[in-house]
Design a protein around this ligand. Structure first.
Ligand SMILES: Cc1cc2nc3c(=O)[nH]c(=O)nc-3n(C[C@H](O)[C@H](O)[C@H](O)COP(=O)(O)OP(=O)(O)OC[C@H]3O[C@@H](n4cnc5c(N)ncnc54)[C@H](O)[C@@H]3O)c2cc1C
Length: 302
């Protein structure tokens, strides 16, 4: 297994932000992965790092990146996918197999682990729609357990994994049979739609910054609050959609948090609504980051 010390993590993230991490592990088999989970004292498991802001100040703990845990199997309508499998790849493979249900995953880079943790969704589909069960590692007991769909406690951008007590090893799905042409058309429609409402990864970003409040859209509120013109030297709100922050090239985690606080305050002042961040902050905070996170993250972070 590859282990990198003092790794500059930014190039592994879609924001292209993040300082040095003490140790980063890249397990290649489930056996290596569970051995790490059993033996390491403190660690954070990440997949494609497409929903995180990692502190430019770095992280003095361990990060386990699941990118090499990319095995999957399609058996009839069943799909078994390890936590590191990338959404766009499995969307393509299940399309080829005439299986419908993963078309929404084509347009964003999440891994199965991140997608299940976040209960990722788009275009009216979510990862939990077709999920049958999960094989997880229980951090407290250090045992492997199987969780049913119901036990995964899925809700909007939330699941049992979000508490940090369980790590996804792999998940089982049951998709629906459909003509390949139909699935291909839906995938093409999803990709076309995204072109206009989402920055491509050529403009480093981490997807939606804030979650939608109940019965409303964070993008709509942010737009009405006039944030589309907000920017500083290194980051800006994306001009086509107010719920995206783009790294202009050399942004730090502090730059992103500062802009997030400006966006948060603009909506709070106009609508008395406190938006909840969808992106997760990770790493050793500077004093300034501590202050900014205290404003943004009211719910306990892991
Ligand atoms: C251009 C772009 C578009 C996007 N569009 C969408 C969209 O339409 N819909 C949407 O829902 N999201 C979207 N996102 C956000 C992001 O891709 C999703 O949240 C995705 O599910 C995150 O997966 P990841 O592997 O990158 O997770 P990471 O960012 O690596 O981690 C996110 C969280 O998941 C946890 N996690 C990761 N792997 C595991 C595991 N094996 N076990 C337990 N916990 C784990 C991490 O600890 C962390 O808390 C977009 C992002 C980008 C950059």
């Amino acid at each position: 297994m590859i282990i990198k010390e003092d790794l500059e993590i930014k190039n592994y993230t879609t924001y292209k932000i993040g300082g040095k991490v003490k140790k980063v592990y890249f397990p290649e088999t489930q056996a290596e992965f569970t051995e790490l989970l059993r033996t390491l004292k403190n660690y954070i498991v990440l997949g494609s790092c497409s929903n995180v802001i990692i502190s430019s100040n770095g992280y003095s703990g361990n990060i386990i990146l699941t990118t090499k845990l990319n095995q999957f199997e399609i058996r009839g309508t069943k799909v078994f996918a390890s936590c590191g499998v990338k959404g766009p790849l499995i969307a393509q493979k299940t399309c080829d197999a005439g299986l419908s249900g993963f078309e929404f995953m084509i347009g964003f880079p999440g891994s199965i682990g991140g997608d299940v943790s976040m209960n990722a969704g788009a275009h009216g589909q979510t990862i939990s729609d077709n999920l049958i069960s999960c094989c997880v590692f229980n951090k407290k007991t250090k045992e492997i357990e199987y969780k049913t769909h119901q036990e995964m406690n899925f809700s909007y951008r939330n699941s049992l994994l979000h508490s940090g007590e369980y790590i996804l090893l792999y998940a089982e799905f049951d998709l629906k049979k459909a003509p390949v042409e139909e699935i291909k058309n839906l995938i093409a429609r999803n990709l076309e739609f995204r072109k206009n409402v989402q920055p491509s990864l050529a403009c480093p970003n981490a997807g939606s910054v804030f979650k939608n409040p109940q019965n409303d859209s964070a993008g709509r509120l942010l737009d009405k609050a006039g944030v589309k013109t907000f920017e500083n030297a290194n980051v800006k709100v994306w001009e086509n959609h107010a719920n995206f922050i783009v790294n202009k090239g050399d942004a730090s985690s502090e730059d992103v948090l500062e802009l997030m606080v400006r966006m948060f305050n603009a909506v709070k002042e106009q609508y008395t609504i406190e938006l909840e961040p969808e992106v997760i902050f990770i790493g050793d905070k500077t004093k300034k980051e501590e202050e900014l996170c205290n404003i943004l993250y009211k719910k306990k972070q892991r």
